[in-house]
Ligand binder design. Structure first.
Ligand code: XMP
Length: 486
């Protein structure tokens, strides 16, 4: 066979190969653009950015910080099922309402005892609860101001009966805000159908919500969080525990998402937990995306080998440059109303604009978030500069840590003999807090949207006109021919 007989090989491009043409724009300020987007068929985020489910990137601390910025963290699965569920529960722990530390007192206790309790807990009110957990009233330090008899019963001084305002345990934070405002109250106890105390929303909770107006929250005001499962082994048990811990979305996380076991896992999880939102991946072709959609995925994660710590393409010869992979998958997924997450290879804010313009609804990022304060990776100092440790989940180190967790010498021995790493271990220069990094990333995206006359992500996609660039074009695009200031 000669070269001229060989079938035409299609060209595939990545972020650095292209730029977006600017357009006449009516968007006056980058503040005027709306970066909200679909995470899955049903869930929306205010910022189209996910932190990767990697063990040097995303546990509860980082996931909370991401959700406060409007994005989402996906808890990695390289810990025990119990630990992963506990990480999810930490993010879901109400910042507002349903506080696990409800300070209660019985109706037959005395005013003197109540005063001591208030002091001990350093709070201004106690919830008065009967033996059967039923809420009977609320006692505030104001009620006690007018009681000069320390042996008086709590039931005689509390606010109770018809004067007690409560709401049902499912009340949204918005409704709670309205009730607190209308009734000029500071505290709104939450009760179930039987009148049993189940939570408390305070005016301070509502103010705290206002501090992060862009946060990604569920209807109860709790932060959103995702959690990863595998496609073999204990993945169904893991899914069950994560659903019980109230993860908002599960992610079937496997390098070759277009494999029979990934498809089977997607199908089984969706069948057993039909109401859970499920992201599946990773794929890099339209056929891969279609098969996962058919299996029940509510969003598709795209990316084979673009990640900073990935060596899959070098080691195996397999992969598709990320811009083409996203475009191919988005074309078929859009027709079926399924969002695409562009996973890996984001190095600059502009890459996010390009990924979304190419059809993705969100991007997933590992290395940049590994470099933040909130990531679980270790901090190291080299020549006076701060770095954080980052590693690919298919690196030799990550595989060894996994087998150590399972405490199996057999697995360890087998790994030593057989593992072919498809990822590397590295350090990444420290980048400050998640909030600072998100400010930069989402700020760049907002600016890109304003250049394209795009007030929304949908408009960005519709208005996108890519041009391919040369190496010279790329060199021209980055700061050049300067002595950069120290
Ligand atoms: P970035 O570029 O944001 O990419 O760091 C994060 C994504 O990289 C993927 N990942 C890997 N891919 N070998 C791979 O081929 C690995 O060891 C590996 N670890 C992570 C993953 O999709 C992640 O979200």
């Amino acid at each position: 066979m000669t070269a001229s007989d060989s079938p035409a090989i299609p060209l595939a491009l990545t972020y650095d190969d292209v730029l977006l043409q600017p357009r006449r724009s009516a968007v006056v300020s980058r503040k005027d653009v709306d970066t909200s987007t679909w995470l899955t068929r049903k869930l929306r985020l205010n910022a189209p950015v996910l932190a990767a489910n990697m063990d040097t990137v995303c546990e509860s601390r980082l996931a909370r910080a991401m959700a406060r910025c409007g994005g989402l963290g996906v808890i990695h699965r390289f810990i025990s099922i119990e630990d992963e569920a506990a990480e999810v529960a930490r993010v879901k722990r109400p910042e507002v309402g349903g506080s696990p530390r409800l300070h209660t007192i019985g109706p037959n206790r005395t005013v003197g005892e109540a005063t001591k309790l208030l002091g001990r807990h350093n709070v201004h009110s106690l919830l008065v609860v009967g033996d059967d957990e039923r809420l009977l009233g609320i006692l505030t330090s104001r009620d006690l101001l007018f009681s000069d008899n320390p042996s008086e019963r709590v039931a005689d001084v509390m606010t109770g009966g018809e004067d007690l305002v409560t709401a049902h345990v499912g009340t949204t934070i918005e409704d709670a805000r309205r009730i607190l405002h209308q009734m000029r109250l500071e505290k709104l106890p939450l009760v179930d159908e039987a009148g049993r105390l189940r939570g408390l929303i305070t005016s301070r909770d509502v103010l705290r919500l206002a501090e992060n107006p862009n946060a990604a929250r569920d209807s109860h005001g709790r932060l959103l969080v995702g959690a990863a499962i595998g496609a073999v082994g204990d993945y169904m048990e893991r899914a069950e525990a994560l659903v019980a811990a109230e993860a908002d979305v599960l992610v079937v996380d496997i390098a070759h998402g277009h494999s029979e076991h990934a498809l089977r896992a997607t199908r089984r999880v969706k069948e057993k937990f039909p109401s859970v939102e499920l992201i599946a991946g990773n794929v890099a072709t339209a056929e891969g995306a279609l098969d996962l959609i058919e299996a029940g995925a509510d969003a598709i994660k795209v990316g084979v080998g673009p990640g900073a710590a990935c060596s899959t393409r070098i080691v195996t010869g397999v992969g598709v440059p990320q811009l083409t992979a996203v475009m191919d998958c988005a074309r078929v997924a859009a027709e079926r109303g399924v969002p695409i997450c562009a996973d890996g290879g984001i190095r600059f804010a502009g890459d996010i604009t390009k990924a979304l313009a190419a059809g993705a609804s969100t991007v997933m990022i590992g290395s940049l978030f590994a470099a933040t304060d909130e990531s679980p990776g270790e901090t190291v100092v080299r020549k006076g500069a701060r770095y954080k440790v980052f590693r690919g989940m298919a690196s030799a180190g990550a595989a060894e840590a996994r087998s150590r967790r399972e405490e199996s010498q057999d697995v360890l021995d087998e790994l030593a003999a057989n593992v072919v790493a498809e990822g590397v271990e590295a350090v990444v220069p420290y980048r400050g807090s998640v909030a600072e990094l998100m400010h930069q990333l989402v700020g760049g995206l907002r600016s890109g949207m304003s250049y394209l006359n795009a007030p929304s992500i949908e408009a960005l996609r519709a208005n996108a006109r890519f041009v391919r660039i040369t190496d010279a074009g790329w060199r021209e695009s980055s700061p050049h021919d300067l002595q950069l200031a120290e």
